[in-house]
Design a protein around this ligand. Structure first.
Ligand code: SAH
Ligand code: SF4
Length: 347
């Protein structure tokens, strides 16, 4: 069955007009039920005729997700959802609250094939890509559950977005379209481990969403260890692609750098990072590692500050990422693993 939530606006229109032979405005009515009212059951779309509702139920799906778990942080309200997909696989999404906006963090794959050493998702293996509808559906379900309008979206949940490029790009168009979720394109950020040809496609496809690159190391031998895909796409190639992206789009790029004690937190790592980033307009996010997998520890506050100062002294803009939802396992991938452990224990 075709998925309605997996169709961009033009496809939905053409499905309604060409395939079903209905009036054009029916497409807007359906979009309004799904994206404004979060109604994910055709039988409840009461401004359509009974026959139309029946026809829709027989021929289309709406990528409904079942909420298996929901954890709310007592510290800052950060809310983490565990969803069951229609094939039984599970994924996570997170809502993060800031004083004047709500940000959603969404997943793009079940698991992740990249296998970064510090990442719970990566170490849980890879199952499959999410469909466009499954990506979009996370936002609909979180708006429905929280009764809030989501204003910012980050593709930083489970999975590597650029290994599911087509579905991710299409999902962005749906999230952005004024008749669908209507989230401003500059309020959407995609985070990638850095697949050079996809970074360039992203620019050439005219996607105006923001780009974040997970670098995590400035020396190739360290990045090979932390982010195994670096063996195939070394730092220079990732940065070169980011420069081309910047030439085409004119946009600044965020650089994500997880800080791990004794591994990538030395002065020499910071100095090398300055060198690596030369010629690229960036904003650097330093993220103290969440010690969920592996034997990794965070550097001391003093060490992180010293690292930051070296970058700033060299003209880089840097922020130490504030932690959210530490009491509910902030880094993505953990809720799913924990629930699987619980499931296993119950068997
Ligand atoms: N695959 C993409 C996007 C999702 S990764 C990428 O790697 O960029 C999810 C995010 O969580 C990334 O920003 C990653 O850097 C971060 N992350 C994963 N494990 C972490 C950990 N143990 N501590 C802190 N951040 C972590
Ligand atoms: Fe995949 Fe990103 Fe986790 Fe690396 S950090 S394993 S790319 S989800």
């Amino acid at each position: 069955m075709k998925s309605i939530t997996g169709m961009d606006y033009e496809e939905l229109k053409s499905e309604i007009v060409e395939t079903l032979g209905w009036e054009r405005y029916r497409a807007d009515q359906i979009a309004s039920w799904v994206y404004d009212k979060h109604v994910l059951d055709f039988s409840e779309m009461t401004n359509l005729s009974k026959e139309q509702r029946k026809k829709l139920s027989e021929s289309y799906t709406l990528d409904r997700l079942e909420m298996l778990g929901k954890q709310v942080s007592k510290i800052d309200g950060t809310t983490k959802y565990l969803w069951k997909l229609q094939d039984g696989n599970t994924i996570e999404s997170v809502l993060i609250f800031y004083p004047n906006r709500v940000t959603a963090c969404i997943s793009t794959q079940v698991g992740c094939p990249v296998g970064c050493r510090f990442c719970a998702t990566g170490l849980s293996g890879f199952v499959r890509n999410l469909s466009t509808g499954e990506i979009v559906s996370q936002i609909i379900h979180m708006e429905k559950d929280s009764k809030l309008k989501i204003g910012n979206i980050v593709y930083m949940g489970m999975g590597e977005p650029f290994l599911n490029y087509k579905n991710v790009i299409k999902s962005m168009k749906i999230l952005n379209h004024p008749k669908m979720l209507g989230v401003g394109i500059r309020h959407i950020t995609v985070s990638t481990v850095g697949i050079p040809e996809k970074i360039i496609s992203f620019a050439k496809d005219g996607m105006k969403a923001r780009l974040a690159i997970s670098l995590h190391a400035s020396y190739n031998h360290k990045r090979d260890f932390l982010v195994p895909i670096n063996v195939r796409y070394p730092i220079e190639e990732v940065i070169q692609a980011a420069k081309e992206y910047q030439k085409i789009t004119g946009s600044r790029v965020s650089i994500e750098y997880i800080m791990i004690r004794g591994i990538n937190d030395f002065d020499s790592d910071a100095e090398k990072l300055v060198q690596v980033l030369r010629g690229l307009r960036v904003f650097v996010n330093l993220i103290p590692v969440n010690p969920v997998v592996g034997d990794f520890q965070r550097p001391s506050k003093k060490r992180i500050e010293a690292f930051k100062r070296i970058l700033e002294k060299n003209g880089l803009e840097v922020e130490i990422r504030k932690e959210k939802g530490t009491d509910i396992d902030a880094a993505c991938g953990q809720l799913r693993i924990r629930s699987r452990n619980i499931e296993r224990a119950l068997k």
